[in-house]
Write a protein that binds this ligand. Structure first.
Ligand code: PEP
Ligand code: MG
Length: 757
């Protein structure tokens, strides 16, 4: 069964269009189960009716024509119950509806399973048979599994209008709206540029080309380059390898003969596919052939085909990259958008980001916020192959992407952008004014920093200190650990730029979703694994070099150095880290430098630290909440997983209770409490946090002026009242509604994002 299932999923994936995919599917299922009929009914939401979308075994003339009301017949019952219905004789069932046109009457046995995506029924997959019998459990399980796997394909098609197009023949182009989550606030209108990870055949998107000659040429150059490489390697090893090993290179060269792989790829290019896509298709087909071979030696040759494919791909991508063109207002769209991809595009060209994976608190979303570029994350259904070069609106407030917006929608968005720009210009006047509530309470607004360029942006926006320096970013841009001196210089640049303001340096926080290419950590469960302080305490040499560099960088400056420890889950870690920092300090003093003892603080990022906040506070100089991780660990919601992004809520009552407890615990020990998670930079978060008594809010530079505006227009008394009310509520949705209304009532409606109509 598993083999049949795989085969069907592969055949469907290889189909050239949605319509063809459905046709392939019904034929394959009918064959695999040996039934006489297989049909797919899809829901057309615009009409609220089922469409007879594909079939094998009934009257084919009605495909794409015949429709059923949403509550009609057995198909309607399957959708209503969102459960399979398995009947020995469908004709006896009260919900059976006799439909003379499509010719169902001779078929008695009926099995219908719903196709469900994100809790929504999209359609029904049906098999039928003449003989009166119940389908057995394994047949039912097979169909349920298949329907679950197909749901994504159908959801894509529903979103792109291809389901509707099955009737009308046209894919509606205007206003295709895809949902994700807001990754970085703001609205951008621009042209889609698709990005994908390099040297990964599976990641290559299908793309049509209108310049076949050029694609053929690029392909030939790449193949020739690989041939030359292989000849060179073969000559190099000529003397040292046995003859049978050397013969392998000949096999490679044969595979690259014009009549072999390259011939097939050229045929695909001539049909209009770009070179990389054609290569991917051909290599996939060859791999499948090899996988099916019985002979283990031949089976192994699949690896050679893959290797060759990759070699050619690298050259193809190289030639592309050199002349990658980014239009004005580029909207970067990719399955995964990585910080490295952002670095490849001139910043003045980048208008917006859309990632199919990831979530609002993924690293790239955090970077987008600090660059002030609107981003939507986890927009799983965006059809990458179909949006290239299209006009796209990225609504980072609402987490929506609109492809081919109509003129009316564009006008509405342009109006929102103009209002936003006006507001930003107004905010510039606040730069040198204090962040103080209307009843005179001072709140310290600091910045989170990591990217080069962040320093000027932060100072321009009136940051009063650095609340979080993500030191892993300079580590990520190297191909080995940076030396003490290299680190010292980077830290010093920040400290002198901010002098005499306080600078909070976090010790290296790798693991989880933050990897160093030269120090790979492979784990099944990385967010619960070797992360943050756990790594650096196991490698005291890395920790000592880093903290020595921080302490040295502060030499002779008036600004306060605060060293902050990530991922602390117990007091022993703090004691050990403190001992090492003291040793680093002493060593630097012994080298004759005039350095102050740094302050030491703990990040509260895991639930254990919330419950031990007082014990931790007693041992250090300050506490700082990392609400991004704290929310993830309290709610057991992966901060990068779009499937659960709707559950990731900092306003969840459990998170809010924890935040209040940390503030109280720190203050009970007489220690200042800050927060440097993204929540601090949101209007709801800032108001609730000051009401809870947080001393420092640290956020990205982009959000800082708007949060200052909120604070300057809000009284501490009112913020406290809101906290008291919110802490009595038990549903995050209610809390959001309440906060939204409160901000509007307080005259702060401008920071409550508005949707276009
Ligand atoms: C946090 O977890 O809230 C935090 C500030 O750290 P990071 O986002 O870098 O994990
Ligand atoms: Mg964290």
């Amino acid at each position: 069964m598993l083999g049949a299932l795989r085969q069907i999923v592969n055949d469907v994936a290889d189909a050239g269009s949605f319509r063809e995919a459905l046709n392939v599917l019904v034929v394959d299922v009918q064959e695999a189960l040996g039934t006489e009929v297989c049909s797919i009914y899809l829901i057309n939401r615009a009409r609220d009716r089922f469409l007879f979308a594909a079939n094998e075994g009934l009257n084919q003339d009605y495909i794409g024509q015949f429709t059923l009301a949403i509550d009609e017949g057995l198909v309607g019952l399957v959708a209503e119950r969102a459960q399979p219905i398995n009947l020995k004789n469908a004709l006896d069932h009260p919900r059976f509806r006799y439909l003379p046109q499509i010719g169902e009457e001779p078929f008695h046995a009926f099995l219908g399973v719903p196709i469900i995506h994100h809790r929504n029924v999209l359609g029904v997959l049906v098999v039928q048979q003449r003989e009166e019998r119940r389908f057995d459990e394994s047949e039912e399980a097979f169909l349920v599994t298949l329907a679950a796997q197909l749901a994504t394909l159908i959801a894509h098609a529903a979103a792109t209008g291809e389901v509707v197009a099955l009737t009308s023949g046209d894919v509606p182009r205007e206003n295709q709206v895809y949902r994700g989550v807001g990754g970085s606030p703001g609205i951008a209108i621009g042209t889609a540029v698709i990005v994908h990870p390099l040297a990964d055949l599976n990641a290559v998107p299908e793309r049509e080309t209108d310049n076949i000659i050029q694609e053929l040429l690029i392909f030939d150059v790449a193949v020739e380059a690989v041939r030359a490489d292989i000849r060179r390697i073969s000559e190099q090893f000529g003397g040292s390898l046995p003859a049978e090993e050397l013969a392998l290179f000949d096999v490679y060269l044969h595979m690259l003969d014009d009549t072999a792989i390259p011939g097939d790829v050229r045929d695909r290019i001539r049909l209009g596919q770009w070179a990389q896509g054609a290569l991917k298709q051909v290599i996939r087909e060859h791999l499948r052939t090899f996988e099916q071979m019985e002979d283990p030696y031949l089976k192994e040759r699949g690896a050679d085909v893959k290797d060759l494919g990759l070699r050619v791909l690298v050259y193809l991508q190289d030639s592309r990259q050199k002349k990658q063109f980014f239009p004005e207002n580029t909207i970067l769209i990719g399955e995964d958008v990585t910080p490295g991809m952002l670095a490849n595009i001139p910043s003045e060209k980048l208008a917006g980001i859309v990632a199919l994976r990831g979530s609002g608190n993924s690293h790239v979303a955090i970077l987008a916020r600090s660059l002030g570029v609107p981003a939507v994350m986890g927009a799983l259904d965006v059809p990458l192959y179909a949006v290239e070069n299209s006009v796209v609106v990225v609504d980072g407030f609402y987490g929506e992407v609109n492809v081919h917006p109509s003129k009316r929608v564009l006008d509405q968005y342009r109006e929102l952008i103009a209002e936003e720009e006006e507001f930003v210009a107004e905010l510039e006047t606040l730069r040198d004014l204090p962040s103080e509530t209307t009843d005179g309470a001072r709140v310290r607004l600091w910045v989170n920093i990591g990217l080069a360029g962040d320093i000027t942006r932060s100072l321009d926006r009136g940051a009063e200190g650095i609340g979080l320096f993500r030191t892993e970013v300079p580590f990520m841009t190297k191909d080995r650990f940076p030396t003490e001196e290299e680190q010292r210089q980077i830290y010093r640049d920040h400290m002198t730029a901010f002098e005499p303001r306080p600078v909070t340096m976090r010790t290296l926080d790798i693991g989880g979703d933050k990897a160093l290419s030269y120090f790979p950590i492979e784990e099944d469960n990385p967010f619960l694994g070797w992360r943050g302080i756990r790594v650096t305490l196991d490698h005291p040499e890395i920790f000592l070099i880093q903290t020595r560099a921080m302490i040295k960088a502060n030499a002779g400056l008036r600004g306060l150095l605060r060293i902050m420890l990530p991922m602390i889950s117990g007091v022993a870690e703090v004691e050990e880290a403190t001992r090492l920092i003291m040793r680093a300090h002493q060593e630097v003093c012994e080298e004759g430098l005039d350095v102050k003892r740094p302050q030491i603080g703990v990040m509260i990022e895991v639930p254990a630290a919330v419950y031990q906040a007082r014990a931790l506070a007693r041992r250090v100089d300050f506490l700082a909440v990392g609400s991004n991780d704290l929310t993830q660990y309290m709610l057991a919601v992966d901060r990068n997983n779009p499937r659960v992004a709707n559950l990731y809520k900092e306003v969840h009552p459990a998170v809010l209770q924890a935040l209040r407890e940390v503030a109280q615990a720190g203050h009970a020990e007489g220690k200042p409490v800050g927060i440097c998670g993204e929540f601090a930079g949101t209007p709801f978060g800032a108001v609730l946090l000051i009401g809870m008594g947080y001393d420092v809010l640290s956020m990205n530079a982009t959000n800082l002026p708007r949060i200052k505006w909120v604070i300057r227009n809000m009284s501490m008394a009112r913020a406290r009242r809101m906290v008291a009310k919110v802490l009595k509520m038990d549903d995050p949705a209610r809390i959001e509604e309440f906060m939204q209304q409160e901000l509007i009532d307080a005259g702060l409606g401008r920071v409550v994002p508005r949707h276009h109509e």
